[in-house]
Design a protein around this ligand. Structure first.
Ligand code: AMP
Ligand code: GLY
Length: 444
């Protein structure tokens, strides 16, 4: 009997998960629940359901009817809705933690308080607010740099950074008041200065198997300008670190993921099965934890799963069974560059329904479909990130050249960032870290 796997979600991340499943030596049958008809997932699936990713009753009903062996949950909205809780209650295990564990992502105040109470290293100075009491004092104290974070899931729109989005303290106070009016608690924290990177770890709740570090390019436009996005593309290096990181940065990030997982599981009293994704900033004072996600990153999963040597279905089995310590997990030693094509106007006013022409893309291209709906054999953009390509090569520059050639072949009202993984931007990050580290030297 083939193993029946249900994938929840229909973006680029879920297509990367699908591809990793398809490469398995095991006999599998794939099923997908998505919000749009992703052609890359659809062609390899035995069945494809369009529906809400948070409708727990419908999801359990569907999983039972298809005799699903286990479920892989892509997006955080499904985790927050308790999809893993509902499936596990009927005996179907999930790659993706239960709601109470996913709070490490879904509540910023919960995450900060939990990790602070356990003295996890790398936590910026912060304070949680339910009223305006003390907000002005803290902002004044942090005058050099503060960040205000709405507590819940806000699709990346709840975080405002001084200098970037908030020019002064009065504008910061107005944002805090807006949040209170909307009955949202918030966190004010110290603004960290440095270079961001992501470290995702597979975990069965006991053992963590770390993936290569990845850097997401979040800004919409060339030269890291424009609004923040879900991620326009991402890079990883052949040595599984990044050119601007020291070995100690990777080790600190790994330790933060490990310590945080332990306190989370001990506190909640449940086993975490899935992916823990730490968003970090390398600073002059070491690595700081910016946020946790309870799932694969998008696009980061495309880089990591694209070079996973170990059979992904076997990884999932070991996660579910709690035996991850017994499985060596390996990744190819090559650099990767992922580039997304996104609709014109993305992210603020994205064009919807644009026709996508991929006829010029060579067949062998490693393409990941995302915000695409297929109607009568024609692909249309849904308005979110459209499709990604992954270049793999010995160096980041070579991988970027490959990705650039592939993504440039996509026709239609879409754009991408030609500079992702370019030597100029990689050097810029190396220089930033050199300057910051020299300050740290003078301080000590
Ligand atoms: P988050 O949703 O917490 O990841 O925040 C979104 C983005 O805001 C991050 O990717 C960072 O670029 C920025 N950010 C969040 N927290 C901080 C911080 N403490 N210092 C500097 N930038 C931050
Ligand atoms: N690339 C950022 C995220 O997946 O949250």
């Amino acid at each position: 009997m083939p193993t029946r796997i249900l994938i929840i979600g229909s973006g680029g991340r879920e297509h990367a998960i699908t591809k990793a499943c398809v490469r398995s030596r095991e006999k599998i049958e794939l099923y997908c629940l998505g919000t749009s008809r992703n052609p890359g997932i659809q062609t390899v699936s035995s069945d494809y359901l369009i529906g809400s990713l948070t409708a727990t009753d419908k999801i359990t009903e569907y999983a039972l009817s298809k005799k699903i062996d286990f479920v892989i949950i892509g997006p955080e909205s499904a985790l927050e809705a308790g999809v893993a809780d509902a499936l596990e209650a009927i005996g179907i295990p999930c790659i993706g933690p239960k709601k109470s564990l996913a709070r490490i992502e879904t509540s910023k105040s919960y995450a900060r308080d939990l990790l602070f109470s356990a003295s996890v290293p790398g936590i910026p100075h912060y304070q949680v607010f339910h009223t305006m009491d003390g907000a002005a004092e803290l902002l004044t104290k942090l005058r050099d740099g503060f960040v205000i974070k709405a507590d819940g899931l806000m699709s990346g729109k709840g975080v405002k950074v001084s200098g970037d989005h908030l020019p002064d303290i009065p504008s910061a106070l107005r944002y805090c008041e807006e949040l209170i009016a909307a009955e949202s608690p918030f966190v004010i924290e110290e603004k960290c200065v440095g270079v961001e990177f992501s470290l995702m770890s597979f975990t069965d709740g006991i053992t963590l198997a770390h993936m290569p570090a990845v850097q997401d390019y979040k800004r919409a436009f060339v030269n890291d300008e424009g609004p923040n996005t879900g991620g326009m593309g991402s890079i990883s290096d052949a040595n599984h670190s990044l050119p601007f990181l020291a070995e100690s940065d990777i080790n600190e990030a790994r330790k933060i993921n490990e310590a945080s997982l332990k306190v989370l599981c001990d506190t909640v009293g449940e086993r975490y099965t899935g992916i823990l994704y730490g968003g970090f900033m390398a600073t002059r004072n070491g690595v700081k934890l910016i946020e946790f996600n309870a799932r694969f990153g998008d696009p980061e999963s495309i880089n990591a799963l694209g070079i996973l040597q170990t059979d992904f279905v076997e990884v999932c089995r070991h996660i579910i069974e709690g035996t991850l310590a017994q499985l060596p997990i390996n990744f190819d030693h090559v650099a990767t560059v992922c580039k997304y094509a996104v609709p014109e106007g993305y992210p603020d006013n994205p064009m919807k329904g644009g026709k996508i022409d991929i006829s010029a893309l060579p067949k062998e291209v490693d393409v990941y479909y995302a915000g695409i709906d297929e109607k009568g054999g024609v692909f249309y953009g849904t308005g979110s990130r459209t499709l990604a390509v992954l270049g793999k090569a010995p160096t980041i520059t070579q991988a970027a050249d490959i990705a650039e050639e592939m993504i440039s072949a996509v026709g239609g009202p879409f754009f991408h960032r030609p500079d992702i993984g370019s030597p100029m931007l990689v050097e810029k990050r190396i220089d930033t870290m050199k300057i910051l580290r020299s300050y740290a030297w003078h301080e000590t």
